[in-house]
Structure formats: structure tokens, C-alpha cells
Write a protein that binds this ligand. Structure first.
Ligand SMILES: Nc1ncnc2c1ncn2[C@@H]1O[C@H](COP(=O)(O)OP(=O)(O)OP(=O)(O)O)[C@@H](O)[C@H]1O
Ligand SMILES: [Mg+2]
Length: 487
């Protein structure tokens, strides 16, 4: 067995850096959090090589005094907490005094800053080796430049994604930060091109439009502010027809810090239970405010998980808030089935005689060209009567089935049939297309824009022609999709 030895300080720094910095996106997160904590009203981020070659961030926040510059990049040095008590009433995003030291340990870092009424100063740190601070002229605020990430830890470079992949992570990270702070102007450029611009927004919904696209932002419902036992919840939710294939658009902010949390994820799942098809996820953005003394933010190296005491109450508040709002917008109906008399317990194609109860008018006989009664007979089984339908609320079809009943939305069924037909034709041959008189304009948020730009001209073989353009009004890209739409 090898003998135990104390690790060298430089190795300790690299191990610590591994916890905080796993790629350019986590660096951008830490730097933006610092700018927000410094009260910045404008944050500019310039990237090269998906952030792996260079990240430059400039803010107009309160800046750092020249004599504190070396401390700023030293481990366990912070202006944000002083005592153990402070740890349990944190109101800033940072508190451990670790981020800059960790980043400096695995990159070339330059920090230049000027606080109000102070001279400006600049300092370079290369792989944890600190240079000398020197005086420079600059406006109030701070600029940080990070070059050649992991240049001294080649093994970690191997784990970096492609430049596009890293850029997408950065934009997704920034989107979350910007959603929390509509009052801050964010601008991100990559290789000289603007990939995200979110000017100061007076209205939270305006910020949603900047980051998610105007069309989606207008479709989202508002979860009105609710307060119980010192916990406040507000947010936005999607109607059921706006679901997605993953839950990445479920974002939770606790005291303006973006967090991942299983309680909140399962509350959203429960609120939409049975309203969405399997494997579809709603879009939900939730802002929670809880007294800092009732939460513990010191539980995750990247501060992205937080423990809170009242998780049961939070769970029920979220479920209730979303369900009430869905119901108010008529997105969930309280389905009241007709009350049948005991003598007529089974469904039949004929309307129940009398006793139709509250939904009497909605229950109508319907003649449909679907299967014939008894057509699904199995060998050696008594014929099971199918093809008997009811219509509910002038919309849903209810059919008796062997396992119970089936509820069909005829509109969705029609769409599905068309979709299957198109897919079938698409599998056989390229689809023909026909030019639209006016292009159909779809708005895309910054993340979708990156994905589209990566693919070039999307879906030509599907019969779609498209082009990307920018508008100054919304400062978001518009996709002139379907200017040639499948016939
Ligand atoms: N953009 C900035 N503007 C003003 N001060 C800054 C800025 N960035 C860093 N600082 C100062 O440098 C200190 C160290 O920053 P660092 O990010 O390393 O630690 P922290 O924010 O205190 O805690 P954490 O490690 O949790 O982020 C901060 O406490 C703050 O005083
Ligand atoms: Mg910090």
C-alpha cells in the first residue's frame, strides 16, 4: 500500500477546478453570475471556438478595487459572505469564492476592472500562476478574458464537445440567466456573429419573446402569483398542444437562481397527468421565492441544486397553480358523463332514453364509417361488439372496447391519418411541392436558430423550402419555412 501524502497546492487547485468547470458553459455561467451579483445592467459576451478558444465577458457593474484584484482570483476569497450565519441567508448567486480561482487554474485568464472612484487595474493568471497587477484605463465595470480552456489539462480537453455543441450549451445557459433578469441587456456574439441579443425588457413576457420566440411567448399561459407560508410562485405554462419531446423547456428559478429539482419536475408531470400523450412534455417556467434561511444552496458544486424544507407544500402549490390555470383557460374540461339509469349500464349507439343528466345535449347518436359491429372477432371467442360510438361535447368519440372504453378526438385522428399518409409517400419518393403565395413565417428562439443554422437549408426533401432572416423588431430570426410546402 502506497504511503499517504499531502497533495501539492497546484494539484489541489486542479481537482477543485474540476468540480466547478466542466466546459465553457459552466465558465460562462460563473462569470455571468458574478456580473449579475455586481449589479450590471449590460453584459456582453464574445466567444471564439464555441468558448473553448476564447471567452470574453464585459459588464458595467460595480467593479473590483485595484488592491482586491489578486484576491478575486484566489481560492476561498469572496466579498459575498463573512460568517457561517451568512451561509444560511445567501442572497447573491456566488458565495464560495471559488469560481475565478478554479477557472484560472485551467486556462489563461485576464481580469481588468475599475470600481467607482478608483483607478483601473489588470491582472493575468496562467494555469494558476499569478502575474503582477498593473494600472490600466477602462470604464467602470469588469472584463474577464479566458483563453485556451484546459490547455494544461489535456485529458479534460478530450471531453469537450464540438464547438457547435459547446456553443449550444452556452446559449442554453445564458437563456436561463437572461430569463431571470429581464432588466439586464445581454448580448452574445460567436466568431463575430450575434447569436443572442436580449435588450432590457420592461415586461417579463417581452423577455420570453426575445428568448423563446414571439409566437411561443404569446401562446404561454400565465400562472398568477400565489403566496402561502412565505413561499411565492409565479410563472408560465404551455397549453397541451404546445408539448415537446423533452423536458428541457421546464425551467425552475428559485430566488432568481436556475435550479434542477426533482420535486418540481414531478409536480409539473402530475399537473399535466393524462393531458399529454406519452413521452410528451409541457413547457413550464416557474419562479419561486422562498426565504433564504429556509433553503440550503450549498449542496452542489455548481450550485445548480438547492435543498428546501417545504418541498411538499411547494409540490402541491405548483400542481394546484398549473391545474387551476389550465382549467381556467378551458384546457382541461371537467368531463361530466351522462347519468344513466341502473337499467342501462352499457353503452349503446342509441341515445339513452331520458335521464341524460347534465350532459344530455352533448350525447348524440352518430353514424360513422368506422368498423362494423363484431368485426374484430377472435377465433373461438364470442363476438365483441365494436363500432358503437357516442359523441361527447360535440367532439370526443367514445367507443366500447374489450378493455373498457376508448376516447377519440376526431380532429386529432384526422391529422394523424394525414400525417401517416404523408410519411408513407415520403418513404417511397421525394414529395412534390407547390410555391406559397405568401411565405409562412415561423419565429425561432436563439437555440433553435443555432440548430437551424447548423443544418443549413432544412427539409428540402420534405417539400419544404426555407430561409433564415433577422428582424429588427423582435431581434429574433424568422424562418421563412414552407415558402414551398409539400403539395
Ligand atoms: N464581474 C465582477 N464584478 C465585480 N466583482 C467581481 C466580478 N467577478 C468577481 N468579482 C469579485 O471577485 C470575487 C471572487 O469571485 P468568484 O466568482 O471567484 O467567487 P464568488 O462569486 O464570491 O463565489 P462563487 O465561487 O460561489 O462564485 C467575488 O466575491 C467578487 O467580489
Ligand atoms: Mg462567483
Amino acid at each position: 500500500m502506497a504511503r499517504i501524502k499531502k497533495l501539492a497546492p497546484r494539484l489541489i487547485d486542479k481537482i477543485a477546478a474540476g468540480e466547478v468547470v466542466d466546459g465553457p458553459a459552466s465558465i460562462v455561467k460563473e462569470l455571468v453570475e458574478n456580473s449579475i451579483d455586481a449589479g450590471a445592467s449590460r453584459i456582453e459576451i464574445t466567444l471564439e471556438g464555441g468558448g473553448t478558444r476564447r471567452i470574453r465577458i464585459t459588464d458595467d457593474g460595480q467593479g473590483i478595487a485595484a488592491e482586491d484584484l489578486r484576491l478575486a482570483v484566489t481560492s476561498h476569497a469572496t466579498s459575498k459572505i463573512r460568517s457561517v450565519d451568512d451561509l444560511f441567508r445567501i442572497d447573491s448567486l456566488g458565495f464560495r469564492g471559488e469560481a475565478l480561482a478554479s477557472i484560472a487554474a485551467v486556462s489563461h485568464l485576464r481580469i481588468a476592472s475599475r470600481a467607482e472612484g478608483e483607478p483601473g487595474a489588470e491582472l493575468r493568471v496562467d494555469g494558476g500562476r499569478m502575474g503582477r497587477a498593473r494600472g490600466v484605463g477602462l470604464p467602470q465595470g469588469t472584463t474577464l478574458e479566458i483563453g485556451d480552456l484546459f490547455y494544461n489539462v489535456p485529458a479534460r480537453r478530450e471531453f469537450l464537445r464540438t464547438q457547435r455543441g459547446e456553443l449550444r450549451r452556452i446559449v442554453s445557459e445564458l437563456k436561463q440567466q437572461a430569463l431571470c433578469r429581464p432588466e439586464i441587456h445581454f448580448r452574445v456574439t460567436h466568431e463575430g456573429k450575434t447569436v443572442l441579443e436580449a435588450p432590457h425588457a420592461d415586461e417579463p413576457r417581452e423577455r420570453l419573446a426575445q428568448l423563446l420566440g414571439r409566437e411561443l411567448a404569446e401562446d404561454l399561459g400565465c400562472l398568477p402569483r400565489q403566496e402561502r407560508e412565505g413561499i411565492t410562485i409565479r410563472g408560465y405554462f404551455s397549453p397541451c398542444d404546445r408539448s415537446r419531446g423533452d423536458s428541457r423547456q421546464q425551467l425552475f428559478f428559485l430566488n432568481n437562481r436556475c435550479i434542477r429539482d426533482v420535486t418540481l419536475l414531478s409536480a409539473v408531470k402530475q399537473a399535466y397527468a393524462n393531458l399529454l400523450p406519452p413521452r410528451r412534455h409541457p413547457i413550464v417556467l416557474l419562479w419561486l421565492e422562498i426565504d433564504p434561511s429556509a433553503i440550503d444552496v450549498n449542496v452542489h458544486p455548481r450550485k445548480s441544486e438547492v435543498r428546501f424544507q417545504a418541498d411538499r407544500l411547494v409540490f402541491s402549490m405548483v400542481v394546484r397553480s398549473i391545474q387551476d390555470s389550465l382549467r381556467e383557460r378551458g384546457l382541461v374540461g371537467d368531463l361530466r358523463l351522462p347519468r344513466y339509469s341502473a337499467a342501462a349500464p352499457t353503452l349503446s349507439a342509441a341515445p339513452p332514453s331520458g335521464g341524460a343528466g347534465e350532459a344530455g345535449e352533448a350525447s348524440q347518436p352518430l353514424t360513422l364509417p368506422f368498423g362494423q359491429p363484431g368485426s374484430q372477432e377472435g377465433p373461438g371467442r364470442a363476438p365483441f361488439p365494436t363500432g358503437r360510438f357516442f359523441q361527447l361535447h360535440r367532439r370526443y368519440l367514445v367507443e366500447q372496447s374489450e378493455a373498457g372504453l376508448q376516447l377519440v378526438d376526431p380532429h386529432a385522428l384526422h391529422e394523424r391519418i394525414l400525417y401517416e399518409e404523408i410519411m408513407e409517400r415520403f418513404r417511397r419518393e421525394p414529395l412534390e411541392s407547390q410555391r406559397f403565395l405568401f411565405p409562412l413565417v415561423l419565429e425561432a428562439g436563439p437555440e433553435e436558430r443555432l440548430a437551424l443554422a447548423e443544418r443549413g437549408r432544412p427539409w428540402p426533401s420534405w417539400g419544404f423550402g426555407s430561409s433564415l432572416s433577422r428582424t429588427t423588431r423582435s431581434r429574433s430570426t424568422r424562418l421563412h419555412a414552407c415558402s414551398r410546402l409539400a403539395e
